[in-house]
Design a protein around this ligand. Structure first.
Ligand code: BGC
Length: 322
């Protein structure tokens, strides 16, 4: 396999294509996943993620389409936390809270570290104090796409001071490649989820999914509902998503403790790739991550990255036809 590099305005777009012609496209702009095009049951290929055709749209984009999200995916209450006895004030970009790190990394330019065979590594160094976070953090993200249609995203980082770090990818999946995801079937391997307050900040309670609309332990249809919640993972795989229309099954595996299931969201109506019109139920996100607001919740799994320690995390997205 080999990786092709093309211009994407003043940025680059990298294509990793496998033996069957399936491919993923990654942008240097925000290390964004621009497309994932995989085999369907009709013998063709389907692009299963939302995205845009131009850098301008990505730069305007407030929906984090396919974005690499950091330094802290999801929310931090009151845009602040205390670490080592010192209070850190972050960028508040959603009311008084921080969402996806504040200004974040999603619209920054990543540099090419290496592109070999089927493996692309991009990197960025975020200065000390960026968005208010302590530590100069060097981040590398590696995308590997295999002949059996598995995309692996590996996040690595090191900081020169203690800090919090929570990196994810914010792809919006639609496995039929068109219309909406209401006929899709979903499984999330979670016995519990985190209830939230009116600002989508976890209340601190970890509630059982049993008997609630949050019970996705066995595959079931995604109904027309609003989901924007963190599910606490209790096994592997993390999740499965299936489109009966295309026959494409996505299986997600991760070493993260949780996944944010976001659907029926407030992205509004917008125009996307190749003239597609995206609306309320066009796609759903499965964002593997630490729990939201964990810097302020000592009882949640810790997202603390100690000075000089290596942050490493992997999420696998396997696409098959069933
Ligand atoms: C959040 C949503 C938010 C969306 C786009 C998701 O990760 O959970 O609340 O609207 O990202 O920013």
């Amino acid at each position: 396999m080999m990786i092709r590099k093309n211009a994407f305005g003043e940025y680059d777009i990298y294509t990793i294509e496998n033996a069957s012609g399936a491919h993923v496209r990654i942008l240097s702009l925000g290390a964004t996943v621009q497309s994932i095009t995989v085999p369907n049951k009709m013998g063709g290929l389907t692009d299963v993620v939302l995205g845009y055709d131009t850098p301008e749209e990505y730069l305007r984009n407030d929906g984090y389409f396919g974005a690499f999200v950091g330094r802290y995916a999801n929310r931090i209450a009151n845009a602040s936390f205390t670490l080592g006895g010192r209070k850190y004030k972050l960028t508040a970009n959603e009311g008084k809270n921080t969402l996806h790190g504040g200004v974040g990394l999603s619209k920054r330019s990543f540099e090419l570290i290496s592109a070999e065979d089927n493996r692309l590594t991009l990197g960025i160094t975020d200065p000390d104090g960026s968005d208010g976070f302590p530590g100069r953090v060097s981040i590398r993200v590696t995308y590997t796409f295999s002949d059996d249609n598995e995309l692996v995203i590996c996040y690595e980082a090191v900081s020169d001071a203690d800090t919090y770090l929570n990196l994810t990818n914010h792809s919006y999946f639609n496995l039929s490649g068109r219309d909406d995801i209401l006929g899709h079937e979903l499984m999330i391997n979670a016995d519990s989820y985190l209830p939230v307050d009116g600002e989508l900040i976890p209340t601190g309670e970890v509630r059982a999914v049993e008997g609630t609309d949050f019970d996705f332990r066995t595959m079931r249809e995604v109904k027309n509902g609003f989901y924007d919640h963190c599910f606490v993972l209790c096994g592997t795989p993390c999740a499965r998503l299936y489109s009966p229309e295309s026959g494409i099954m996505l299986t997600v595996e991760t070493d993260m403790p949780a996944v944010q299931f976001y659907a029926g969201g407030a992205t509004g109506v917008r125009l996307g790739k190749s003239g597609a019109v995206y609306g309320k139920n066009s796609a759903l996100c499965l964002e593997t991550q630490y729990y939201p607001d964990s810097p302020n919740r000592p009882d949640f799994p810790s997202s603390l990255l100690r000075k000089g320690e290596r942050y490493i995390s992997k999420t696998r997205y396997r696409f098959s036809v069933e």
